[in-house]
Ligand binder design. Structure first.
Ligand SMILES: *[C@@H]1O[C@H](CO)[C@@H](O)[C@H](O)[C@H]1NC(C)=O
Ligand SMILES: *[C@@H]1O[C@H](CO)[C@@H](O)[C@H](O)[C@H]1NC(C)=O
Ligand SMILES: *[C@@H]1O[C@H](CO)[C@@H](O)[C@H](O)[C@H]1NC(C)=O
Length: 383
């Protein structure tokens, strides 16, 4: 009788746990975010080092260029807002930065692997993930020395924040296009992906050794649906999928994501106290593009801020490009009337409206492995 009663209770508990696995965890109250990435999450790094993103970038939310290649906010901005934290200052930005609740090491055009070309040759940022980690290490060490000296208390994170922070990642897309720019075949690009992911895992392990525990990892998006990829790298008609994206490039992205997921799985085994959330941003971005009209957007490939061509995109006349004609400066690539109904801002980056939709899909954990929501991403789920 008693045994039976116990079993029933245990079953009930098990059921509650299975139906609602998150309810038994606490809100993480992340005090800080440290972000690593490329332009998908750059809030001013490339602008600080190599020149500001020109207007009309920033027009929708910031009313002026704000170091982002977007009309408004990025996913990382929306993540910070949801966690009740200020937008992240770029580590490289020496003017007006406030790092009390984190820092952003991402720069546009960054790759995971260091490239063997300069930014003026290939356009890739020299601040690859390994360099971003070096900068983080410097920030961690020196911010604490300076705080202990009693300076900049209101500008630098408290010591305890580093282990309680959320470490966010959105990087890898440029590692894939870098190979194509060197005229490598899809097979050759796929062949170096394991090396890219080894270098990614190495950085996570280093951050863990330095005290990081909560990691939020975005996989890479459907690059084959980006106007700049579709414009730059031609494919045959048979390689265009039913929504208009270039299949070979999306397959490479999916291959990268499969291996990224495996790498995360291995990292969970190697780092017993790490909570690593893998977020399938690919699926969310692909469903946005494939259902654009239904979701209130226009042609998903029509760029808002661009100039000419099939997609209103020309790689030689980028968003905000100016020309001096007869002594007068004219802007060639201007913003469209209503960025809120466009998905692509400039051919490479999403609009704030698109970012908002993507954020709303991923924030509750629906596209995450394990399925934890943003605020609970410090909880390790053993599965
Ligand atoms: C750069 O060159 C080195 C030496 O040849 C090579 O090992 C490395 O893979 C190259 N990196 C990239 C991103 O191609
Ligand atoms: C930096 O930001 C934090 C949080 O928003 C704020 O409390 C602090 O006063 C700011 N520091 C300065 C020097 O403005
Ligand atoms: C620039 O000046 C030349 C010579 O006066 C003129 O022929 C041309 O149309 C002008 N171009 C524009 C875009 O106004």
């Amino acid at each position: 009788m008693e045994f039976k009663h116990f079993t029933l209770q245990a079953l009930l508990l098990l059921e509650i746990l299975m139906l609602n696995p998150i309810s038994c965890f606490d809100n993480c109250n992340f005090p800080a975010i440290f972000n690593f990435g490329d332009s998908n999450s750059d809030t001013g790094g490339l602008s600080a080092a190599f020149g500001q993103a020109p207007p009309p970038n920033g027009e929708t939310f910031f009313d002026a260029p704000a170091g982002r290649f977007c009309d408004g906010r990025l996913l990382i901005d929306l993540i910070a807002e949801r966690l009740g934290l200020p937008h992240l200052s770029a580590f490289l930005d020496s003017i007006g930065s406030n790092f009390s609740h984190g820092a952003n090491f991402a720069t546009a055009d960054s790759t995971i692997r260091p490239q063997n070309t300069t930014i003026s040759q290939s356009g890739y940022s020299p601040i690859s993930l390994d360099v971003q980690h070096v900068q983080y290490s410097d920030f961690l060490r020196r911010s604490q020395i300076i705080r202990k000296q009693g300076s900049f208390q209101n500008l630098l994170p408290k010591e305890g924040y580093f282990s309680r922070a959320l470490y966010t990642f959105d990087i890898g897309q440029n590692d894939l296009t870098a190979g194509y720019k060197l005229d490598l075949s899809t097979e050759q690009v796929k062949a170096y992906v394991p090396d890219v992911l080894d270098q990614f895992s190495r950085v996570i392990k280093l951050l863990y050794a330095q005290g990081g525990r909560s990691f939020w990892v975005h996989n890479t998006g459907p690059v084959g649906c980006l106007p700049y990829v579709m414009d730059r790298f031609s494919v045959t008609a048979a390689q265009i999928d039913k929504y208009g994206c270039s299949s070979p490039y999306n397959q490479v992205a999916q291959n990268f994501n499969l291996r990224l997921k495996e790498a995360v799985f291995q990292l969970r085994k190697q780092l017993p106290q790490a909570a690593i959330t893998y977020v399938d941003v690919y699926s969310v971005k692909y469903s946005l593009i494939s259902q654009a009209k239904k979701l209130g957007f226009e042609n998903p490939f029509l760029v808002c801020c661009g100039h000419g061509g099939k997609y209103n995109y020309n790689r030689f006349v980028k968003c905000g490009s100016k020309r001096v004609v007869n002594g007068t400066e004219i802007v060639l690539a201007k913003s469209c009337k209503d960025p809120s109904v466009r998905i692509s801002w400039d051919g490479t980056h999403f609009t704030e409206a698109a970012n908002r939709w993507i954020f709303d899909q991923i924030v509750d954990g629906s596209f995450s492995d394990p399925p934890v929501s943003l605020k609970f991403a410090c909880n390790r789920m053993n599965s």
